[in-house]
Structures are given as C-alpha cells and as structure tokens.
Design a protein around this ligand. Structure first.
Ligand code: FO1
Length: 311
C-alpha cells in the first residue's frame, strides 16, 4: 500500500464540513476516514450510524446542507406513520434516509460487519474515499443529567444538549477492538488530521479504543488537529458542556491540552490568536486561520491550509 494517503479522524457535522473542503482540494481517493460509532443507535429495529451517515451523505453530495445531517429534499411520511405504533418521534428519520438504515440492517442480518456494510453503501453512492467505522464492536455513548441517564442521541436531539452533563459513559469501549486496519493506517499515513469534531464524544471515543492513542503518540510529528472551539464556544453540539463536565477549560487551550500527547500541530481560529503562545508552550506548533466553515470557499480554504502544513 502506498503511503501518500491522509488519515482523518472524524465525528459528525463539524468533520463533514471539513471533509467536504478536503475532498475538493485533494483527490478524494487519498482520504481514509476513521469515523466515531459511539453515537450509533438502534431505533424502530433499524441500525443507525449518525456520524457515518453524515460523512457518507456529504461525500455523496446528497446531504441536507441547511441542517448538516440527513438527505436533501426529504419527506417524513414513514416517520409520521410510525407514530401510530410507537410513542416517540424525536429522531427525525426522513424517508430517503430510512432507505439507508433498512439496507444497513438487512446487510447486518445477512452477516456483514459495519466495515463491509459502510464500504458497500459508499460504493453504491459513488464515494471514492474510504470510510472506516472506528470499531466493529458495539460502543454506545450515554449521558447522565440531573433527571435521566440516556443515549447520547436522545440528549443531543430530544433535549437539544440543554441540561448540564453530570457523567459521560462510553458503554462497550473497554472490550471493543479498533477496526483491524486502523493501527496500520496510522503508521503508514502521510499526515493524520483530527477534524474539528467534539473532542470528548467523537474524537475522544475513537482515542478510547485500545491501542489507538499509543499508535498516535508514536507518530505525533505528523498529526494535525483543528480546534472545534472558537472564542470559548462550540459552533454546534455540546462540546463545551462535556468539556466542563470533565473539568477541562472550554477553549482552544483546553482542547490542545486534551490532545497534547498525540499531536504536534494545531490550528486555532484567528479570533483566538492570543492563545497561540500558551499552546506553543505545550510543544505544539500552532497556526491561526479562519476555522468557521460557513461557506464552501471557507471549507476549501481551511482544508488547503491544513494540507499545506509541513510535518
Ligand atoms: N440531528 C438533529 O439535530 N436532529 C435530528 O432529528 C437528527 C436526526 C438524524 C437522523 C439520522 C442521522 O444519521 C443523523 C441525524 N441527526 C439529527 C444528526 C446526528 O444525530 C448528530 O449530528 C450527531 O450524532 C452528532 O455527531
């Protein structure tokens, strides 16, 4: 295997925006994308992999760009019909999106694993990059708030990440093995890029798999991270609440501290420029750039900036 590929560690919406830029500035077939599966959930008897789906739909160019998840031009007829049989409806599964989950669940029943299923779906949708679920074992993130312990998706969607988080538990992480190629891909990659994803429940979950952190430590000279925190706040999602729960400073400095053992290059937003010296004191080369990816031009510009960093 040639080693001119980029290995990307990714979560959902933030990662997808960056990857959309990346796929426009490098050959998409050079991207190997390891995706968090801690958000995976079974609902209505269907296997749903939200982060894999977001990246898949983005690279297939069928994502609903407004929402950042789901398929564009969706209808919700099936979900509405399901309310006759189920008493919950907080997970908005569109009719086209449901086709993916039906196909995935069917393949699971036929004995395929998540890696194989993801690859089949990507081929059918014409995706050239390699999407790699972080593990083929079951891992699920749970959130404890004052009133309830619940699946991360319920916290994220039904409760809109509003309640304070008292505890995060990643069920199954101790027994789960990383997908069998990941360690080899870490060694061989030209560069490894940590997307501006939730450091705790997206990237942190991948890092929690046995062997991943150690493998990254050995090649930290070629690992580049991008801060998902701008001016002390997340662009989307509960990263700030989760970092607070773990006693981390909610800032790009907090993220750098969290990643300091595994990377040596870090991109922070221009607006956080005053934090650069403190992050460099951690031994991390720090770069300031516009990291708010609110247009395709800005996604491409950030991706090109990261690709140009010499490791
Ligand atoms: N995100 C939402 O904010 N609301 C939804 O109703 C929702 C439905 C949904 C359905 C399928 C899917 O693959 C993703 C979906 N997402 C939804 C996005 C997703 O749950 C989150 O963005 C991630 O889990 C966070 O990384």
């Amino acid at each position: 295997m040639s080693n001119n590929y980029y290995l990307i560690l990714a979560g959902g919406v933030g990662a997808a925006k960056f990857i959309e830029g990346l796929a426009n500035v490098v050959d998409p077939s050079l991207l190997k994308i390891v995706i968090n599966t801690g958000d995976d959930i079974e609902l209505y008897g269907l296997k749903i992999c939200p982060d894999i789906d977001i990246i898949t739909y983005t690279l297939a160019n069928i994502i609903d760009k407004q929402k950042g998840w789901g398929v564009q031009d969706e209808s919700f007829n099936c979900l509405n019909a399901l309310t006759k049989f189920y008493d919950f409806k907080w997970f908005n599964l569109g009719d086209k999106d449901l086709a993916t989950h039906i196909f995935r669940t069917d393949l699971f029943k036929k004995g395929y694993n998540k890696t194989e299923i993801t690859s089949i779906i990507c081929k059918r949708l014409g995706i050239k990059s390699q999407l790699i679920p972080m593990s083929n074992d079951d891992v699920q993130t749970f959130i404890r708030t004052k009133t309830e312990t619940m699946h991360f998706e319920k916290y994220y969607i039904k409760y809109q990440c509003e309640p304070d988080v008292l505890e995060i538990s990643i069920h199954g992480i101790d027994k789960a093995k990383p997908e069998k190629h990941i360690i080899e891909y870490i060694k061989g990659a030209k560069k490894i890029i940590i997307c501006p994803s939730n450091p705790i429940v997206s990237i942190g979950t991948i890092l929690g798999l046995y062997g991943i952190k150690n493998a990254l430590k050995k090649v930290k000279h070629k690992v580049i991270g991008i801060s998902p925190i701008i001016e002390g706040a997340t662009v989307k999602g509960p990263a700030d609440k989760l970092m607070k729960c773990l006693g981390l400073e909610v800032s790009c400095i907090g993220v750098a501290n969290y990643y300091k053992e595994i990377l040596s290059h870090f991109v922070i937003d221009n607006r956080d420029g005053e934090s650069k010296p403190e992050i460099e004191d951690l031994g991390i080369h720090t770069y300031c750039y516009d990291t708010l990816m609110d247009s395709i031009e800005k996604k491409k510009a950030l991706a090109q900036f990261v690709i140009n960093i010499e490791v």
